[in-house]
Design a protein. Structure first.
Length: 431
């Protein structure tokens, strides 16, 4: 990333023809260079209609122009936004004019958000929440991302840090004033604070896996013998010909994926190869993949032919079991993807099962945060062990300082340049 002292610009909306395009300019020269294109700018935090001209005076477009003073914008810098018509020619011409002005450079991926972080507008946890918000496809993902971006998760980390600082102060008081008479019970008070923080840290770690499932979406594997109706079912769920349907056993050789929104969650249904013994090398590989994907999925739906039940080994994989071909047998509890019989009840059960998993999720989904929190937990347990062993107070204090540093790294308060590069590189150019 280049220095934030330069002024940057980029298209902030999706590239391509559209009704409106937004071009954002951020940096110390944002107002000066923008005035060369539109004349006077509207007052900060207000919008005004302006004619945008090239440096030679040629009219490029009539645009809605907004300005934000330093400290009042997303990046924390002076910002000007040009809301132009979404013509490819207009956008290219305006970007070209900005590129020709001295002191400006095109923004790199995540550049605007990087500046918001560096200027204290966002911490690193909120930055990751913004990335989730941009990628959100379902109501559940949106709700989670908005909470993180708003700072709810950051506050949890900050509260944990404050509690550890208080525990550390008790430890350091015993070091600094070891020659003086101190109140009784300092170790007990310190231990109570550390144990309380460790409990909350453990809760965050325990809920991280389920939170990532909400973030990325759930996987439901449809498994069963050949010709039981797996492909027909996935076509009925997606309302399109996602999978090839055939009376020939072994048609599905690989795992076919189809994504839908179910109960506010993103769900990927997996149509797997029919489970059976076969001498066909390719089909056998497909069966192996079916078992592997079924085991790794968040939920499994086992389909069986009328009057049959899966054996005990297969049933271990099947969280939900249904007989198929109700239209032929009219069996109670069976489903028919052709007529729709039993389908609402099946989808409701799958939705309820996934909601139960989502309800067990915590607010933290980032693997980076989880790894740092696990390191913090290790230092906390080391501090508790040192206390229990009546180790020198300096050892306890050092373990607590290390735990605080892990929380600082989560929030981005320490020099973690390599981590920052990875986080911001996931953003698009206009963000």
């Amino acid at each position: 990333m280049s220095s934030a002292a330069s002024t940057i610009f980029a298209l902030a909306t999706a590239p391509g023809r559209a009704g409106v395009a937004i071009i954002r300019v951020s940096g110390p020269e944002a107002f000066t260079v923008s005035e060369r294109l539109v004349g006077s700018l509207p007052r900060p935090r207000t919008a005004g209609l302006r004619r945008v001209r090239s440096l030679e005076g040629e009219v490029i477009d009539e645009a809605l122009v907004l300005s934000f003073e330093a400290g009042g914008s997303f990046t924390g810098e002076p910002v000007v936004e040009f809301h132009t018509h979404g013509s490819l020619a207009v956008v290219d011409k305006l970007l070209g004019e900005l590129a020709s002005l001295p002191g400006l450079r095109p923004a790199e991926a995540g550049d605007f958000t990087r500046r918001a972080f560096e200027n204290g507008r966002l911490d690193l946890v909120q930055v990751e929440g913004l990335a989730e918000l941009i990628e959100a496809e379902t109501e559940a993902q949106l709700s989670r991302a908005q909470s993180v971006f708003a700072g709810d998760l950051s506050k949890k980390f900050q509260d944990l840090r404050q509690s550890l600082v208080e525990a550390l102060s008790l430890s350091e008081a015993q070091i600094d004033f070891s020659d003086e008479e101190l109140p009784d019970g300092l170790d007990e008070a310190m231990r109570a604070k550390i144990e309380a923080v460790e409990f909350l840290v453990r809760q965050l770690i325990d809920g991280a896996g389920a939170a990532r499932a909400v973030q990325r979406g759930f996987e439901v594997a449809i498994v069963g013998p050949p010709n039981v109706g797996k492909s027909t079912l996935i076509n009925a769920i997606t309302q399109r010909d996602t999978a090839l349907v055939s009376d020939i056993a072994g048609t599905t050789r690989d795992v076919i994926e189809a994504r839908v929104s179910l109960g506010g969650h993103l769900v990927t249904f997996l149509d797997t190869a029919g489970l059976r013994d076969t001498e066909d090398t390719i089909e056998s590989a497909g069966v192996g993949r079916a078992y592997a994907r079924a085991r790794a999925a968040d939920l499994r739906l086992f389909l069986c032919n009328p009057g049959e039940q899966p054996d005990d080994e297969i049933r271990k994989l099947g969280d939900v079991v249904r007989e198929t071909k109700e239209d032929l047998t009219e069996a109670i509890g069976a489903i028919s993807a052709k007529t729709g019989a039993g389908m609402p009840e099946l989808m409701a059960e799958i939705s309820d099962r996934l909601k139960e998993k989502a309800n067990r999720s915590g607010p933290m989904a980032s693997r980076r945060q989880e790894e740092r929190l696990k390191a913090c937990q290790d230092f906390l347990n080391a501090a508790l062990s040192a206390l229990a062993a009546h180790a020198p107070e300096e050892i306890v204090a050092e373990e607590l300082r290390a735990a605080v540093r892990e929380l600082d790294a989560i929030l981005g308060k320490v020099d973690v340049e390599e981590v920052l590069g990875q986080v911001f590189s996931s953003f698009c150019i206009g963000k």
